[in-house]
Design a binder for this molecule. Structure first.
Ligand SMILES: C[S@@+](CC[C@H](N)C(=O)[O-])C[C@H]1O[C@@H](n2cnc3c(N)ncnc32)[C@H](O)[C@@H]1O
Length: 282
């Protein structure tokens, strides 16, 4: 387990993933009934962009560092809850703090909601557990996220979101994401699932998307942000999310948010996005 999210915190992929994560939870919270958010690959929850790891890659500079200035007015409306989370976290932890998914989820969960965070790396688990396990509606588990996913669904609330954000250290993790999403949706058909993936080349992503389109019994969205041309597969060109059972509003929101992010976060002349439906209704 070599992957350390501290090197990448706040990069363009985090901005895309976290902004959409907040949109999905905000939608689920339109109802008062409790919900559960399960984060299968949680990380440490809070990062210091002035720290050694962030400083060595500087990735955040071309991510969160580029959205200090407002995007289009329509995109700003959708980005507002994400910006509020960041502002609240900075107010509490300092101007160079950046929240990982557990801190974002913690920030927006209501008293009646529950958050479960799974992290396998012993040191990361310890950091997260020390910060989160004393809060009664949050739980941090030291487990393999893939195994935990199936053990934790369906949750007793019967409503909620599963975020799957693996490190992609192993060559087959993208195919595995497709397999595990299909298995999970069989076990809990009404849960909302958001599975993140990196985009170097498009062909491997297309293959998993085709499989989800053919086999997923529930509606889904393939949402992508490209900051560079994916014909050069030697680098990270984009960031994607497969969302199963998306809120009905998510496609329209992504159609507003992603082009604005692509325009701002593009590294050169190339910037692009995709909002494509898959599954039965596509
Ligand atoms: C991409 S990072 C997570 C970032 C986090 N979700 C966020 O948005 O802030 C992936 C995390 O998964 C952890 N990890 C790696 N293999 C794992 C496994 N099998 N089960 C659970 N966590 C794992 C890594 O230690 C790392 O912290």
């Amino acid at each position: 387990m070599n992957y350390r999210h501290a090197f990448h915190a706040g990069n363009f992929a985090d901005v895309m993933k976290h902004a959409l994560l907040v949109r999905i939870i905000a939608y689920l919270q339109r109802k008062e009934t409790p919900l559960r958010v399960i984060d299968t690959h949680a990380g440490i929850g809070l990062y210091d962009l002035a720290g050694d790891e962030s400083g060595r890659t500087g990735e955040w500079v071309d991510g969160i560092g580029r959205i200090d200035e407002a995007l289009t007015p329509d995109a700003e409306v959708l980005l507002a809850p994400y910006r509020k989370v960041i502002a609240d976290v900075r107010a509490r932890h300092g101007e160079t703090a950046y929240p990982g998914s557990p801190a974002i989820i913690r920030e927006i969960l209501r008293r009646q909601d529950r958050g479960v965070f799974v992290e396998l790396h012993p040191a990361d688990y310890k950091v997260l557990s020390d910060a989160f396990n004393e809060v009664t509606n949050l739980k941090v588990l030291h487990l393999d996220g893939w195994t935990a996913l199936h053990a934790l669904i369906p949750p007793k609330e019967k409503r909620g979101l599963v975020l799957i954000d693996p490190p992609y250290e192993k060559p087959n993790e993208l195919e595995r994401l497709g397999d595990e999403l299909l298995a999970a949706v069989k076990k809990w058909p009404t849960g909302v699932y958001a599975g993140w993936y990196p985009i170097k080349a498009l062909a491997p992503v297309d293959a998993v998307a085709a499989r989800l389109h053919a086999e997923c019994p529930r509606p889904g969205l393939r949402l992508e942000l490209l900051v560079d041309d994916p014909r050069d597969a030697t680098r990270l060109n984009g960031s994607g999310l497969f969302v199963i059972n998306p809120p009905w509003s998510l496609r329209e929101e992504a159609e507003t948010l992603l082009p604005a992010l692509a325009e701002r976060l593009s590294r050169g002349a190339y910037g692009g996005y995709r909002c494509e439906a898959f599954g039965p209704s596509a």
